[in-house]
Design a protein around this ligand. Structure first.
Ligand code: NDP
Ligand code: 8X3
Length: 251
C-alpha cells in the first residue's frame, strides 16, 4: 500500500515522464500528466482513466501558479510532484553556444521546476503529506565537454532538493533528487541535437543504456518506501558507463 494517491508529472508527453505516468496509472495512482504537446498527452490518457492530461508550459509562471484551480476536483489533491520536464540544447563548448539556448535551459530546468514547486508545495505542507521527486542528472555532478549550462542547471536541481528537504525537516514531506546517467529511448538527444537523429542515435551506439522504464520503476519504488524513510539522493548509471577521471592537457 502506497502512502500516496495523486501524482503530477511534468514532461509526461515523452521519455521518462511518459513512462512514469503510464506505470503509476497502471499501479492505481491518479496521474495529472503535464506537457506542452496536448496530442501526445491525449494518446497517453487514452491508455488509462487514471490519467488526466493537462497542457502546460512549465516556464509560464502564471499558468503554473493557477494550476490547482484548473484541475477537476478528484485530481486536485496532489500528493506527489515529479519535476521531470527538462532539456539540453546542444553540446557545444561554452564559447560556441547560443545565449538563447542557455536561457531556455535555465527557464525550463530551473525556473519551471521552481514555479511547479512553489505552486504545489504549500498544500503538501498544509496537509503534512507529500513527496517531491526532482529529476536531476549525472551531468549535475560530473563535468563533461559541452555540458556547461545543462550540467549547471542540474547541479542547481541537486542542491535545491537538499535545501528543500532541510526546510521541510519538521514535516512529513519527502524530497528525492533522482539523477540518471546515459539513458536511451527518449527524445532527449533528438532535442539536444535539434532533430539530427543520426547524431542523437550515435550517443547510444553499442551501449546498453538505461531506459525510461528503469526510471519509472525507480519512481514507483520510491513511492512505496515507508513513511519514516527519505531517499535524499539517487544516482543511476548503466553498467556500461562510469567515471572518466580528470583530463590533463600536455604540451
Ligand atoms: P524527453 O525529451 O524525452 O522528454 C522531455 C519532456 O519534457 C517532454 O515531455 C517535453 O514535453 C517536456 N518539456 C520540455 N520543455 C517543457 C516545458 N517548457 N514545459 C513543459 N514540458 C516541457 O527527455 P527525457 O525523458 O530523457 O528527460 C526527462 C528529464 O530527465 C529531463 O529533465 C532531462 O534533463 C532528464 N535526464 C535525461 C537523461 C537522458 O539521458 N535521457 C539523463 C538524465 C536526466 P513537451 O515538448 O510536449 O512540452
Ligand atoms: C542527461 C545525461 O550525460 O547526456 O542528463 O548529460 S547526459
Amino acid at each position: 500500500m502506497s502512502l500516496y494517491n495523486t501524482v503530477l508529472v511534468t514532461g509526461a508527453s515523452a521519455g521518462f515522464g511518459y513512462a512514469i505516468a503510464e506505470l503509476l496509472a497502471t499501479n492505481g495512482y491518479k496521474v495529472v500528466a503535464c506537457a506542452r504537446r496536448a496530442e501526445k498527452l491525449k494518446a497517453l490518457a487514452a491508455k488509462s482513466s487514471n490519467i488526466y492530461p493537462f497542457e502546460l508550459d512549465v516556464t509560464d509562471e502564471k499558468s503554473v501558479e493557477s494550476i490547482l484551480s484548473k484541475l477537476p476536483a478528484e485530481f486536485q489533491k496532489i500528493d506527489v510532484l515529479v519535476n521531470n520536464a527538462g532539456l539540453a540544447l546542444s553540446q557545444d563548448k561554452a564559447f560556441d553556444c547560443k545565449v538563447d539556448e542557455w536561457k531556455t535551459m535555465v527557464n525550463t530546468n530551473i525556473n519551471g521546476l521552481l514555479y511547479m514547486t512553489h505552486a504545489l508545495l504549500p498544500q503538501m505542507v498544509k496537509r503534512n503529506h507529500g513527496y517531491i521527486i526532482n529529476i536531476g542528472s549525472t551531468a549535475g555532478c560530473w563535468p563533461y565537454t559541452g555540458g556547461n549550462v545543462y550540467g549547471g542547471t542540474k547541479a542547481f536541481v541537486e542542491q535545491f532538493s537538499r535545501n528543500l528537504r532541510t526546510d521541510l525537516k519538521e514535516t512529513a514531506v519527502k524530497v528525492t533528487v533522482l539523477k540518471p546517467g546515459l539513458c536511451g529511448n527518449t527524445e532527449f538527444s533528438n532535442v539536444r541535437f535539434h532533430g539530427d537523429s543520426a547524431k542523437a542515435e550515435s550517443v547510444y551506439t553499442d551501449t546498453r543504456s538505461i531506459g525510461p522504464e528503469d526510471i519509472a520503476n525507480t519512481v514507483l519504488w520510491l513511492l512505496s518506501t515507508p513513511a519514516h524513510m527519505n531517499v535524499n539522493d539517487m544516482e543511476i548509471m548503466p553498467v556500461c558507463q562510469t567515471y572518466g577521471g580528470l583530463a590533463v592537457t600536455r604540451k
